[in-house]
Design a protein around this ligand. Structure first.
Ligand code: FMN
Length: 351
């Protein structure tokens, strides 16, 4: 093995790899357990996990709650009780309740971004769940750590630094995505400086994990050489047999070209990276797809004004209805040329 793992509290990873949570339903129990079974950390997406439940549109919260508990149980079972994480977006309504449900269901790690997870320690009180915030800058990492230290006498168990090549919602303003080139080395140095004070105070290291655009063996090597403790990867694992999305979703990755992967305005109020398709073209031309039913998922979304319903669009795509769906993807999705097995990718990248 080429690399060492890292420590998330008392959890020691074998490989320096975390799967990036992919909503809605793209990283479910199959992909998460496959990553854990191959020595990485498998991560479920916690966003609207109840989308397959019969009562999703009539009883959304209960459907999501049931599905979160089921997916965690299944991922743990299929990985022989291995370490499993779940990703929750701060921008979600009922965020705190969902976090609590996952914690009580025995999740090992909560990873949280799309906003600053300032109150995350509150929701996991009384449990030894490991907490990992996602930040896009040293400034964001500093604010989160400062608040956790002051309010909860706690520091993050690791920090994910997500750069501008990631898929899904991005923690950058649209103009910064075009103007600046994210510099992983610079942000790592700044973040280490910010975290040092807290590492000294608590007597333990906070691993810093890089995310966004890490696709090949060379990408992993470069990131580890700079001094990151690990990588969080998503896009590379979409075109796997184990990924929970419908084959049509994976096929969009396989057929995409570099110029098809672009930034769109998400109703969440953040820019998002997705593959251009019929759905996005229609939305851009002002066609508003009929909303089946608002499930009140996002804090900032107003269903009357929104250009489209993000949940409906993501549910369509994960189920394979691509023409009416939004296909989130990282900048390197066009590099996907064939379906792979999780095990083979991990062997190629880390051994
Ligand atoms: C299809 C897709 C869905 C995603 N959904 C989420 C999400 O629900 N929450 C989140 O924090 N990040 C989400 N992300 C971002 C990933 O977790 C990850 O940090 C990022 O994509 C890493 O970059 P990479 O895809 O280039 O490896 C998503 C990414 C993709 C490709």
């Amino acid at each position: 093995m080429k690399y060492k793992g890292f420590k998330i509290g008392n959890i020691e990873t074998k490989l320096p790899l975390i799967l990036g949570g992919m909503g809605i339903g793209v990283s479910g129990w199959k992909l998460a357990s496959a990553i854990t079974n191959n020595d990485g950390i498998g991560v479920l997406s916690g966003v609207n996990l109840g989308y397959r439940e019969d009562d999703f549109y009539t009883n959304t919260f209960e459907a999501n709650k049931r599905a979160i508990i089921k997916e965690i149980k299944k991922a743990k079972e299929e990985s022989n009780n291995g370490v499993i994480g779940i990703n929750f977006m701060v921008a979600m309504n009922r965020y705190k309740e969902y976090v609590r449900i996952a914690v009580e269901a025995g999740i090992d790690i909560i990873i949280s971004g799309a906003g600053l997870p300032l109150e995350l320690p509150e929701e996991s009180k009384g449990y030894d769940t490991k907490l990992i915030p996602i930040a896009s800058s040293a400034k964001a990492a500093r604010i989160i750590t400062k608040v956790w230290d002051k309010k909860y006498s706690k520091i993050p168990d690791a920090v994910v630094i997500e750069g501008d090549k990631a898929g899904g919602h991005l923690g950058f303003k649209k103009k910064d995505l075009i103007d600046e080139n994210f510099d992983f080395e610079k942000v790592l140095k700044e973040t280490r400086l910010v975290l040092e004070k807290y590492e000294n105070k608590y007597g333990r290291k906070i691993p810093i994990i890089a995310a966004g655009g890490i696709y090949s063996k060379e990408d992993v090597e470069n990131i580890m050489k700079i001094g990151y403790d690990g990588v969080q990867m998503s896009t590379r694992f979409v075109t796997t047999e184990e990924c929970d999305a419908d084959f049509n979703f994976k096929n969009e990755f396989l057929n995409s070209k570099k110029e098809d992967i672009n930034i769109m305005d998400s109703p969440v109020g953040l820019p998002g990276r997705a593959i251009d398709n019929e759905f996005l073209k229609n939305v851009e031309e002002g066609v508003k797809p009929k909303i089946i039913k608002c499930v009140d998922c996002i804090k900032n979304c107003n269903y009357k004004d929104t250009k489209f319903c993000i949940s409906q669009a993501l549910i369509n795509s994960v189920k394979g209805n691509i023409d009416e769906g939004l296909v989130f993807a990282g900048e390197n999705a066009y590099k996907s040329k064939k379906m792979e097995k999780v095990k083979d990718i991990i062997e190629e990248l880390f051994y």
